[in-house]
Design a protein around this ligand. Structure first.
Ligand code: HGY
Ligand code: MN
Ligand code: MN
Length: 414
């Protein structure tokens, strides 16, 4: 079928900007932590757009949202597309949202063209792709894939000690958590449109990225306990300063990641909580949240082991107690060759340049890959910047992504 979508990119851009206004921070900064007031208002907005497009909308027990465009053979497993609308603090407006609103726009383009899918097409909005609230990323897609059990999910707590049960019922998400896990075959295939969150496509002036692999993320929590005391009265000899010990570990992680010799290994300490946090009081307790990734699992795990060894050495040398806890250590995902080929054909038909590449960020596709064949479609983002308010993707870049996605969905659902 020769598709020549007449893209109404202006409407999509205005919807992305409208969604960005729904934030816990002063726009243009986007902060939209899962199950916060902003998250709930954003969900209402997006569900309204889906219903305007004639999609049947339903949610599961933790708010994963499914908007279905019924196909001519509704009993067949659907093709799915989608991403997330939650955002970390001090974020931009494109991460995740391009995949949700762009996925919806790809459906609308096909509707405008009079296309009738044989397989239904479902837009999925995943709950809590970001780890901000509960410390673990991809909560919704992990549970859909059965990787996180209801018991494990119920045990999660946020910084205020609030759990998923309390927060989901306040948000009006009811029903059994057991029903969140989906079987293989619930979806025929899944394609996620997302900004690259890296610099390559823009640097090489390429329109779209066809993602072949998604890196393997791991997160480890480190609790360091020393001795507090008066910053003036307690002399340096014999101090057990928890933050000084933490500083050694931060540099140990950086060194371990750099020492693998592979550019794909990354290590970050993104959270450092200091107690009591008074300028004239020696830190007695520090909590670090570390993020370690690589497309090679063995290399990633070697960095984790090096960090654990550094913890033992620092504890010994500085007389502090150091406890480590693995929050998650997930395998990488390999994208499906048939979907990649369909995306490549779609890019060619759309006259868009493309390249095959890996994703260094993780995405819900990483867990959807456990229950369905998946692939991801990247568009450039300016300077590779993401997880910052100056994150930006041009209307042209977004339009190219939606154009290739709409053609891909047409192929897969035919
Ligand atoms: O951290 C990630 O890779 C994703 O953006 N949550
Ligand atoms: Mn993100
Ligand atoms: Mn994302």
């Amino acid at each position: 079928m020769e598709l020549r979508p007449t893209l109404t990119i202006d409407r999509l851009i205005s919807e992305l900007n409208a969604l960005a206004q729904i934030s816990e921070a002063e726009p243009p900064v986007v902060t939209r932590v899962v199950l916060s007031d902003a998250d709930l208002r954003a969900r209402v907005y997006v569900k309204g757009l889906c219903r305007e497009a004639g999609l049947e909308v339903h949610e599961d027990a933790i708010g994963n949202t499914f908007a279905r465009w019924q196909g001519t053979e509704p009993d067949l497993a659907p093709i799915a597309t989608g991403s997330h609308i939650d955002a970390i603090p001090n974020a931009g407006l494109y991460d995740g949202c391009v995949g949700v609103l762009g996925g919806l726009d790809a459906i609308r383009v096909l509707q405008q063209l009079g296309f009738k899918p044989r397989r239904s097409i479902e837009l999925v909005v995943f709950t809590a792709e970001e780890p901000t609230r509960f410390g673990i990323g991809c909560l919704g897609s992990r549970m859909m894939a059965g990787v996180l059990s209801p018991e494990q999910a119920i045990a999660l707590r946020d910084k205020e000690g609030r759990g998923l049960e309390e927060l989901r019922s306040q948000a009006g998400f009811t029903g059994s958590l057991e029903a969140v896990a989906l079987s293989c075959g619930r979806f025929h295939q899944f394609v996620e449109l997302h900004i690259e969150q890296g610099p390559l496509l823009e640097q090489e002036s390429i329109d779209v990225g066809l993602v072949t692999h998604i890196a393997a993320p791991a997160s480890m929590r480190i609790l360091i306990e020393g001795e507090g005391g008066h910053a003036g009265g307690k002399l340096m000899p014999g101090r057990k300063d928890a933050l000084a010990a933490a500083a050694v570990l931060v540099l140990a992680l950086e060194g371990a990641a750099k020492s693998t010799g592979a550019i794909d290994t990354v290590g970050t300490v993104g959270v450092c909580e200091v107690f009591p946090g008074a300028v004239n009081s020696i830190p007695s307790r520090v909590r670090l949240e570390t993020d370690i990734r690589d497309i090679d699992v063995a290399r990633r795990d070697a960095v984790i082991e090096k960090l654990k060894t550094a913890c033992e050495e620092v504890a010994e040398r500085r007389g502090v107690s150091i406890k480590t806890e693995m929050v998650n250590a997930d395998p990488p995902a390999t994208c499906n060759p048939a979907i990649l080929d369909a995306m490549e054909q779609a890019a060619k038909a759309a006259g868009k340049s493309y390249k095959r590449m890996v994703s260094r960020a993780y995405h819900d596709s990483l867990f959807m890959a456990r229950i369905a064949p998946v692939a991801m479609l990247f568009i450039p983002c300016r300077g590779g910047v993401s997880h910052r308010p100056d994150e930006y993707a041009s209307p042209e870049w977004i339009g190219s992504g939606v154009h290739v996605l709409s053609r891909t969905l047409a192929t897969l659902s035919s």
